[in-house]
Design a protein around this ligand. Structure first.
Ligand SMILES: *Cc1c(COP(=O)(O)O)cnc(C)c1O
Length: 360
């Protein structure tokens, strides 16, 4: 068995310890004589799984008691519609568009109300985060929306926008649990888990209780109402049980590693290895404004399409897979989420150095 270094933007690497544990429990979870896949979501065993997953996430992120944690389906993209349907009370929201995911969320919100694009970095292929210290926030905006880490472009908010008192909603699909977050800065945080936490099929919503309402937009499907899901503790219908079980294992694993302060330290060190190399390299260069660089997604180019393709091909052969950049950007992208070991990045940089020498 040979594990590769998988630099995919998502779905992406999971901790080997977690995969091994899941394998051990595949046929018989904790003496139940069945796999978690075969188990009733109303069973005692599953109840324990989902409750401890929630508690461990609360511990990791220091989630205050007045926030609900929901384990839902439909991916992060489903939330692009659920958010305006549930949170647009006045029918108005302000969107900061820093990449494709924020843009999709904005476009979806336009279908349900008055969504304002109050800032964007589209003029420079989303290679920076706009100054958000004094934006024209709408008087009657129900919320301000950001994508906290831009998976495709490799930028991240190092400072939160000044929302002038409005509720902040954030998509943290690609940087959740990579560093501590002050949950109280947000009305709602959500993340599709397949980037930094677990298997695709689960999206987690962390939402302040006062934002959970019954009088949501006319026509909102029952399943998309946060109230439905909150009242049923995420068990309104059959949840993505196996995915939640794996997420729970990852939460436990992160706690064991020392929590989010420790992850931040580790991720900063890891990303620095790659950024330092890119800054010094004559062949490769990063595509993002240095101050807005993501710790999780690192796009880079050689400036020559054929050279890029040659690099991706040779890297793949050497066991560094999924380094091809997103189709909208080209070049390369190394996604170095929590589960990418330091050694993976060190070895990648060694490989890039060798490639640079050979192709000088
Ligand atoms: C991947 C990604 C999405 C889309 O996730 P799905 O679960 O496939 O809908 C949304 N936002 C961000 C930031 C992402 O990285």
């Amino acid at each position: 068995m040979a594990r590769v270094y998988n630099f995919s933007a998502g779905p992406s690497m999971l901790p080997v310890e977690v995969l091994k544990e899941a394998a051990e429990e595949m046929l018989d979870y904790n003496g139940t004589g069945m796999s978690v896949m075969e188990m009733s979501h109303r069973s005692k065993a599953f109840e324990e799984i989902i409750q401890s997953a929630e508690q461990d996430l609360r511990d990791l992120m220091n989630i205050p008691d007045n926030y609900k944690v929901l384990f839902l389906q439909g991916g992060a993209s489903q939330q692009f519609s659920a958010i305006p349907m549930n949170l647009m009370k006045n029918g108005v929201a302000d969107y900061i568009v820093t990449g494709q995911w924020a843009k999709k969320a904005y476009e979806e919100a336009c279908r349900y109300g008055k969504a304002n694009k109050i800032a964007t970095s589209e003029d420079k292929t989303f290679s920076y985060i706009p100054d958000c210290s004094d934006l024209p926030i709408s008087e009657d905006a129900d919320y301000v929306y950001i994508c906290h880490n831009n998976t495709i472009y490799g930028t991240t908010f190092k400072e939160l926008p000044n929302t002038k008192g409005k509720t902040l909603v954030a998509d943290m699909s690609s940087d959740i649990l990579s560093q501590p977050v002050n949950v109280e800065d947000y009305g709602m945080i959500y993340f599709g888990v397949q980037k930094n936490v677990g298997p695709a099929g689960v999206v987690v919503v962390i939402i302040r209780e006062d934002l959970i309402r019954d009088d949501v937009m006319e026509g909102t499907p029952t399943m998309l109402k946060y109230k439905t899901q909150a009242d049923a503790d995420s068990l309104y219908n059959t949840p993505p049980a196996y995915g939640i079980y794996i997420c729970g294992k990852v939460f436990k694993h992160l706690k064991k590693l020392g929590g989010l302060e420790k992850m931040k330290e580790y991720n900063e060190k890891k990303a620095k290895i790659l950024y330092d190399f890119l800054d010094a390299s004559k062949l490769f260069k990063g595509t993002v404004v240095a101050k807005d660089r993501s710790l999780m997604n690192v796009p880079f180019v050689t400036g020559d399409k054929d050279m890029d393709a040659k690099f991706v091909k040779e890297a793949t052969e050497a066991g560094f897979v999924n380094l091809k950049g997103h189709r909208s950007v080209g070049g390369m992208r190394a996604s170095i989420y929590n589960a990418m070991p330091m050694e993976g990045v060190e070895k990648l940089v060694e490989f890039m150095k060798k490639f640079e020498e050979e192709n000088a």
